[in-house]
Design a protein. Structure first.
Length: 134
């Protein structure tokens, strides 16, 4: 099952599993996310908006180019999860939730690429990125 995104506000780093956590560091007044090895700052100071965090659901496909309208070279990938749905007793459920972030790059405006990576044709990709372009 996919994990929900959690938001934590405290003056100390969250402990335990850090995946899918957005942390507001109250001492530094900064919003941070875990990039797999360190906490990375998203925004600092008075936050007028969290509009710089973008999400998209796209159809999976063969390894290679995938189109995401609005993503640009210079933006930063946070998470790409491969979701596979199955139907059990007429109810669709997510049967697999695989984090494939390390396989992808932003190769051009409106394009992410995982050449040589996982074929995601059987499901969808849930993509989250930081808009770092003006």
């Amino acid at each position: 099952m996919p994990k929900a995104l959690s938001f934590i506000s405290s003056n100390t780093e969250p402990t335990g599993s850090r995946e899918n956590i957005i942390w507001f560091d109250t001492d530094e007044e900064a919003i941070k996310y875990w990039n797999g090895s360190i906490w990375t700052e998203l925004a600092r100071g008075i936050i007028g908006s969290i509009d710089s965090i973008k999400f998209a659901l796209i159809a999976g496909g063969a390894a290679g180019d995938h189109t995401i309208t609005g993503i640009e070279v210079g933006d930063e990938l946070i998470s790409i999860e491969y979701l596979i749905s199955v139907t059990i007793l007429a109810v669709s459920v997510i049967a697999s939730d695989n984090n494939l972030t390390s396989q992808f790059t932003i190769s051009a405006d409106n394009t992410i690429n995982n050449t040589g990576g996982t074929n995601t044709s059987a499901g969808i990709l849930r993509v989250m990125w930081i808009d770092r372009t003006p």
